[in-house]
Design a protein around this ligand. Sequence first.
Ligand SMILES: CC(C)(COP(=O)(O)OP(=O)(O)OC[C@H]1O[C@@H](n2cnc3c(N)ncnc32)[C@H](O)[C@@H]1OP(=O)(O)O)[C@@H](O)C(=O)NCCC(=O)NCCS
Length: 257
Amino acid sequence: MIIRPPDLLPGAHEAHVWYAWVEQCADPRLLERYRALLSREERERLGRYVFDYLKREYLLTRALCRTTLSRYADVHPADWTFCTNRYGRPEIAGPAGATGLRFNLSNARSLVACVVTRDVDAGIDVEESNHGGDLLSIADTVFSPYERAQLLALPPELRRQRFFDLWTLKESYIKARGMGLSLPLQQFSFDVGAPRIGIAFAAGMAQDAAHWQFVLEHLGPDHTLAVSVERGGGPDFSVSMRQVIPEPGDDALGKAA
Ligand SMILES: CC(C)(COP(=O)(O)OP(=O)(O)OC[C@H]1O[C@@H](n2cnc3c(N)ncnc32)[C@H](O)[C@@H]1OP(=O)(O)O)[C@@H](O)C(=O)NCCC(=O)NCCS
């Protein structure tokens, strides 16, 4: 097993976001090295994708996840094993020794991202925000009345970006909770108009808004990224962002060799 010095273990009040652009990771030799990192199950899933762009997206997401986690533990990227919670969230199963590390993944067609924390849950979502469609009728089904009112109060030319801001925040929150769409999307509301992004919960949600922290980033004109961190009652988290081309390391080491 390769030994890497952990370069930047997330502190108790840190969340590290790592993201990669698909087009910057397109070298066939690099993709072959990414493939060598995959478990048997991951290779099987890769083989089931019909469209090449989905294969590339899936492969890069796995490579980003595995190489990112290996920055924090003396574990070769190929040696991580994963399980899923009952709602499908991937979590670290092994090897032993990576205790406390948590992560969440998101991918859009040209961008993949991973957030890493220690001992607390975080969720991440990236969306391509350059497509149109009938966003207002989607908003009717997934946004709360407060969020819909925020959207409608804006001039029409600002609504598309606000729609994706709210959408990515909502997805990052349900992913931080690890419960996906089993959470009622209209029972919590984001407020992105204030300097600090806020959340309000309907009574039945049994959540404390003060325990959450959110970050929203626009990566160029066409991509929106949101992170939700359950920071608890402590100080604010520092949330850092790093763009990378995942580096698989020494192919001769690790169980995939
Ligand atoms: C988890 C979910 C909400 C995110 O889906 P998505 O935005 O389409 O896709 P993302 O790329 O952001 O996230 C997918 C990744 O989240 C992770 N994930 C899966 N289930 C998860 C869960 N319950 N909690 C946290 N993360 C989860 C996985 O890593 C998954 O990728 P993988 O299967 O390749 O490992 C998905 O269950 C879903 O159903 N999405 C539907 C979209 C929707 O209607 N959203 C409402 C808008 S507000």
